[in-house]
Ligand binder design. Structure first.
Ligand code: UDP
Length: 234
């Protein structure tokens, strides 16, 4: 299968202190082990990485006279930083990757050229998409849907830190929250379930892309039926 895995920036940290502990080796180890396990089963894998462990555009907008587009570009640079960390970490564990960035940075990674990314996938490399869509006012959730569609992926896997799927309510605040095994994109939108950006869910629905929400610890078992929640494109 061809899988696009969305890693939020926070999935690279331990979630306790996103400023001083942006990268947590244990979670990186979990991610790489999970991806290696999927590769061994001959799945083609690309990643979209977020930047939330470092920077989110909306958080700085209006402060220090920073305008929204500038803040968003800084957010995109944060995703590129994460992509470079992943690249070297993966390399140290024997996994070959290529970073493909929506913003040109020829000294440090290649630019996003879909056919080139396709060739990397065909050669068994993990492609890491960096810098989101290269445009302000978007997020890496929308990027993950767009890249999954353009790269003709079979499934978009959203790997989350702290939750292992989609719940009826936030499990940390509500003890009665239960895991939703399967739901339609329309219902996610109607109920405004906070699992990904609404625009990302709507795009997936419109173009018939299935999304699976799992915990980062479950990447190796991402395709198992008992793991996570499925969002059907209907
Ligand atoms: N961003 C953007 N356009 C994109 C992707 C990302 O402007 O196509 C910016 C935006 O400011 C966002 C930040 O990059 O807040 C980091 O991405 P995101 O919040 O999606 O990361 P995540 O929450 O997944 O870690």
């Amino acid at each position: 299968m061809r899988l696009l895995i969305k890693l939020s920036g926070e999935s690279l940290s331990d979630g306790t202190d996103a400023v001083h502990n942006q990268y947590n080796e244990r979670t990186l180890e979990t991610i790489v082990a999970g991806i290696k396990a999927l590769q061994e089963k001959k799945h083609a894998i690309a990643l979209v990485v977020g930047g939330g462990n470092l920077f989110r555009g909306r958080e700085l907008t209006g402060k220090l006279a920073i305008e929204r587009p500038t803040a968003d570009y800084i957010g995109m640079l944060a995703t590129a930083q994460n992509a470079l960390v992943l690249r070297d970490y993966f390399k140290s564990k024997g996994v070959e990757t290529r970073v493909s960035s929506a913003i040109s940075m020829p000294q440090i990674c290649e630019g996003y050229i879909p056919k080139r990314a396709e060739r990397h996938l065909a050669k068994g490399r993990v492609v890491i998409f960096a810098a989101g869509l290269g445009a302000p006012y978007f997020t890496t959730d929308s990027t993950s849907v767009q890249r999954a569609l353009e790269m003709n992926m079979d499934l978009l896997v959203m790997a989350k830190n702290g939750v292992d799927g989609l719940y009826t309510a936030a499990p940390e605040n509500d003890a009665s929250a239960t895991l939703i095994k399967e739901i339609s994109a329309s219902e996610v939108l109607e109920k405004n379930l906070k699992i990904a950006d609404q625009s990302a869910i709507a795009l997936a629905k419109e173009h018939n892309l299935t999304i699976k929400v799992i915990g980062v610890a479950d990447i190796a078992r991402a395709l198992n039926a008992e793991v996570g929640s499925i969002i059907q494109p209907k």
